[in-house]
Ligand binder design. Sequence first.
Ligand code: SF4
Ligand code: MG
Length: 330
Amino acid sequence: MSLLEINDLRIEYVSARGPFKAVDGVSFTIERGEIFGLAGESGCGKSTTAYGIGRLLRGPARIAGGSIRFDGTELTELSDAQFDAYRWARISIVLQSAMNNLNPVMKIKEQLIDAILAHRKATLRSDALRQAGELMELVDLPKDRLERFPHELSGGMRQRVVIAMALALRPELIIMDEPTTALDVITQKGIIDKIIELKRAFGFSVLFITHDLPLMLEICDRIGVMYAGRIAEIATRERMLAGARHPYTQGLLRSFPSLTGPRVRLEGIPGSTPDLIAPPQGCRFRERCPHALPQCGNEAPFVLEDRDGRVSCHLYAKEEAFDEAAVASP
Ligand code: SF4
Ligand code: MG
């Protein structure tokens, strides 16, 4: 059994024109100890998916259908009180800006102690303080920073504190939504290396969300690429590095500068995403796809599943008749 099994997840935002289908039939699994990435342009539904799993949806957003199974338990059927037993203890969340995770008027020490005591009520305060010190060590922060307020730390240090908090109760899954996007490249590298080191030490799984595909290719075991509320492609890291199969993923990869390879001209993907209140029939990428076929306009994309992953695209309906070279070249 996978640690996390998402099946046909649908999340809607109420709007005056009707439900905005931000997540529209998303399915994927995360294995124990796996780093699974969710990539895609802003607005594709990747953060909304993560917020749905972590029960952080607010206001007009609601889960409209589908299943979220964590270690065999259907999370969508739990009350908020029941879900509290999972939050931080089994599933924790690191958001893009540490300031969204930290209370600005509380010392770091108090916030870490609170996180520990919230779930381990029998723990002595002195033990919690000792554990807070150990957590600081885990993320390479000097213990004297415990006495500081969030604004007295650098952005990178604050994000390390948030990661320490996320680890406090040794969860099995950590959801990270753009955890390093707000940081400079050097600080980002230090934090990513730290996350990988901690993952090796503790064996938790990560749902890693970013629009930065090259970063994802560095650290994720498998990657799901979302487009307009749906998953276009899921692929192992190896498969992605050897060549993405979905035309959208191919376009996305071409729009990033290569860190190591030769310099290439950046090609953003022309066009814009469809209206998710009244999404088009057929493939949602059709208006922007350089390989669109007649059936792409009205038939839901063919789904090919194999050991490399899953790709939703009519080009793969007849694999033998499909000329891979035609797709591989831009
Ligand atoms: Fe392009 Fe058609 Fe594949 Fe969609 S289904 S990505 S339009 S070829
Ligand atoms: Mg986002």
